[in-house]
Design a protein. Structure first.
Length: 308
């Protein structure tokens, strides 16, 4: 093979790949394909089918702020964990690294094995846990229609508004990206791959934040929006022991999960953590929930929790 033939072959190959990529990019995804991906079931199981196993980003007690009541880097993983604790349901927590993503068709956490049924949506997981636990442990059984409506609005504020501001702080700020790079280093990932993984993660998360809309605004407006959400939650809680009154409900599990990250994850949520001093009722609420449901954390890699 001559030098000219070699370079001609390389040029043809590169051109073919480029044409394929362009055609793939321009191809309109079918509604059927999108629905199939969204409805994909988990082909593989993991965990013991005889118990409840919750898969999160962090193993039990492994988060840097675990001593302050942060059970996981994801508030939605924490939501499931705290719900189990609130109803006294034993569960096992397992840290799920990227290599274990084979049973995540939607590439999201939490994932849970609820006595043989694999689920990957926090709401569906809690519904399955509640069904397994029985009606006597239903935290929302005594709620009236108004309380259920308030719980719905609080839940939407947390998951559809405040969460995205927190995610913005994690992936669209210099501080958040530095923390992510350090976490990759802690995972002992092959050094030359770290910049590639970081770039892909930042690009993917930025696309999600753009799609949601929050990354289309300057950072100062993102923080203002989050502060308004926290102020609204302060007003709704008032002097009540729990968000809906004298008894805890399932939305308290999500409220704690979001607020404890805001208050205690100082590296990622530095712009919001000062609200702990501004709204003493919210700070007292988090401490009350922490003392009741997260009194101590076993700092082993995998532990069984029984709630309280």
């Amino acid at each position: 093979m001559t030098r000219t033939d070699f370079f001609f072959g390389v040029a043809v190959t590169v051109s073919a790949v480029a044409v394929y990529k362009i055609c793939h990019f321009l191809q309109e995804p079918s509604i059927e394909d999108m629905e199939a991906r969204a409805s994909a079931s988990m082909a593989e199981k993991s965990g013991d089918d005889s118990i409840i196993t919750v898969f999160g980003f962090d193993a039990a007690g492994a988060h840097s702020a675990s001593a302050k009541g942060v059970l996981d880097a994801s508030p939605f993983v924490m939501y499931v964990e705290l719900y189990c604790r609130m109803i006294g349901q034993p569960y096992t927590k397992v840290g799920c690294i990227a290599a274990e993503s084979r049973f995540r068709p939607r590439n999201k956490l939490p994932v849970a094995n609820v006595c043989g049924v694999m689920l990957d949506d926090s709401t569906k997981i809690i519904e399955a846990i509640q069904k397994h636990a029985g009606t006597k442990k239903d935290l929302d059984a005594g709620l009236d229609e108004e309380q259920r409506a308030i719980a719905k609005l609080v839940g939407n504020t947390l998951s559809q508004s405040l969460f995205w501001s927190m995610l913005y702080n994690k992936f669209n700020t210099h501080r958040g990206r530095d923390v992510f790079r350090r976490q990759l280093s802690d995972l002992k990932i092959f050094a030359p791959l770290r910049p590639v993984i970081s770039a892909l993660a930042f690009r993917q998360m930025h696309a999600q934040l753009i799609g949601q809309g929050i990354a289309r605004y300057p950072r100062v407006q993102v923080i203002e929006r989050a502060l308004e959400d926290i102020a609204a939650l302060c007003q709704i809680l008032g002097s009540k022991p729990f968000i809906l009154g004298d008894r805890p409900s399932s939305v308290d599990a999500l409220l704690y999960a979001m607020l404890v990250l805001v208050f205690e994850d100082h590296e990622l949520q530095a712009d919001l953590s000062s609200t702990k001093d501004i709204y003493p009722n919210l700070a007292a609420y988090v401490e009350r929930m922490k003392k009741r449901y997260v009194p101590e954390l076993d700092l082993s890699n995998t532990t069984t929790n029984t709630g309280s």
